[in-house]
Design a protein around this ligand. Structure first.
Ligand code: NAI
Length: 437
């Protein structure tokens, strides 16, 4: 279902009319293309307080350079901010430049982990979250604002590259934590940043269409050999996707009791990236929800994710250095009327990620993260009634729905060999939806 409002506001009369009426002004987002893989413009690197980060060499490798033009990206290193006086530097540094940040540009704040021994440091570092989310809501023109907490710039290279690129077009208002390599993050520099997944195998569930298809496509672009899994009735579509991407199709209902064994049998050469994307909705208010609508949603969205994760980890199919990316939803964070089943299942995914991530990394060198999409233009959301659909599309800082590729790019960053220090994170791909925190 095309976003006609976004097309309309892109025309001169549309812009004039919607401005006069005070309606949302979505800017067409600039996404990654092979021809234009980077942001167009300069990088402005600012520092508030005294920082110990060795950031310059990492920033130099993003392809962005300092210059005299409008910044396409502003990186404000606030890791050294420990008190309210120094916090004022965040305002002083950004206040004069924020207006000049290019359309579809990026503002990335760097913060430190909260210090449990120093409540002044913790207060002002937490303050950066409120600052980030507020600036994200007001900055407009397709620009995004995110906060990255880190202690080691090298461990955060893949994350900085993602946040400072067109790949993160629909990720805004997020706080991402990157551990230091010292804390056990298995960070492997890829042989090449263009095809970081070359020689790796990725399994994407529910990949015959929608977000899963885009994930398979993006992981294949990054060099992975993809296994496109979907239910038997979608086998033809799954095969079409697999053929296009040079991968293989696997017709399997992920809720089948023997799904774990069937997967292990199909992945005898091992697996590097496991993307739990298959998901369903069966909406009804709780008073009208029969047991089968509850159990089918919980089975596909949560129980099968738990079962297949356990099977692939315990049988050693998922290799050391492996990546698990599960699909949550903002409905699992904020809740949604008519979705007690779906909200419960997606919140369950968040719980799984938080609990398993530290153990999987320590014991098997595998990271576990989640993407939490907001309103993404797919068949699932095309089926939503018109007014709710329009509200979902507009009620976010970018005033538009995201595309499947936005979730796919976020997944590809989490699946990256150099993202081993990103673990236990739940990253919303929601244009900073007004729903939820
Ligand atoms: P979709 O309905 O277009 O695609 C889902 C795919 O999963 C389908 O190909 C379907 O056949 C497959 N599938 C369903 N049950 C399966 C099973 N038992 N075994 C194997 N495959 C199965 O959905 P969409 O929109 O692409 O969503 C993908 C994921 O993203 C889901 O987990 C969904 O909950 C989540 N999500 C989507 C949002 C959106 O706005 N579209 C928002 C938040 C989360």
């Amino acid at each position: 279902m095309a976003d006609r409002y976004l097309s309309f506001t892109g025309t001169a009369p549309g812009r004039f009319l919607t401005r006069r009426l005070g309606l949302p002004q979505p800017a067409p987002l600039r996404r990654w293309t092979a021809e234009q893989p980077s942001l167009a413009g300069d990088l402005l690197h600012l520092t508030a307080g005294k920082s110990d980060l060795d950031l310059a060499p990492v920033l130099a490798r993003t392809g962005l350079t300092a210059g005299e033009h409008r910044p396409a990206a502003v990186v404000l290193d606030a890791t050294g901010v420990r008190d309210v006086d120094t916090l004022a530097e965040v305002h002083a540094l950004l206040h004069p430049v924020v207006r000049s940040v290019a359309t579809s540009g990026r503002v990335v704040l760097l913060g430190a982990p909260l210090d449990p021994e120093d409540h002044h440091q913790a207060a002002v570092q937490q303050a950066l979250e409120g600052f980030t989310r507020s600036l994200g809501k007001e900055i407009g023109r397709g620009r995004t604002v995110n906060l990255l907490r880190l202690t080691d710039a090298a461990a955060a290279e893949s994350t900085l590259r993602f946040l400072l690129s067109p790949r993160s077009a629909y990720v805004s208002g997020q706080v991402v934590g990157v551990e230091s390599t010292v804390n056990g993050g298995a960070v492997t520099a890829p042989d090449g940043w263009d095809r970081p997944l070359a020689g790796r195998t990725a399994l994407v569930t529910g990949a015959a269409r929608g977000i899963g298809e885009a994930v398979a496509e993006t992981l294949a672009r990054d060099g992975a050999r993809v296994v496109v899994l979907d239910v038997p009735r979608a086998e033809e579509d799954a095969r079409r996707v697999a053929e296009r991407l040079g991968g293989t199709a696997l017709a399997l209902d992920i809720t089948a009791a023997d799904a774990g064994e069937r997967l292990a049998a199909a992945l005898t050469d091992g697996l590097d990236v496991l993307v739990h994307n298959a998901g369903i909705t069966r909406d009804r208010r709780l008073v009208n929800m029969p047991g089968d609508r509850w159990s089918s949603v919980l089975d596909v969205n949560l129980a099968s994710v738990l079962r297949t994760t356990d099977a692939l980890l315990s049988q050693g199919v998922l290799r050391p250095g492996g990546r698990i990316v599960a699909t949550a939803s903002i409905a699992g964070i904020a809740g949604n009327a008519g979705q007690t089943n779906y909200g419960a299942s997606k919140a369950g995914v968040v719980g799984l990620v938080r609990s398993l991530a530290p153990r999987a990394l320590a014991e098997r060198g595998v990271t576990v993260n989640a993407v939490a999409p907001g309103f993404i233009e797919t068949r699932m959301t095309a089926a939503v009634p018109l007014f709710i659909r329009e509200a979902g599309r507009r009620m976010n800082s970018l005033a538009q729905g995201g595309l499947p590729v936005d979730v796919a790019e976020t997944t590809a960053w989490l699946a990256h060999p150099a993202s081993g220090a990103v673990n236990g994170q739940v990253v919303r791909v929601c244009g900073q939806s007004l729903l939820g925190a």
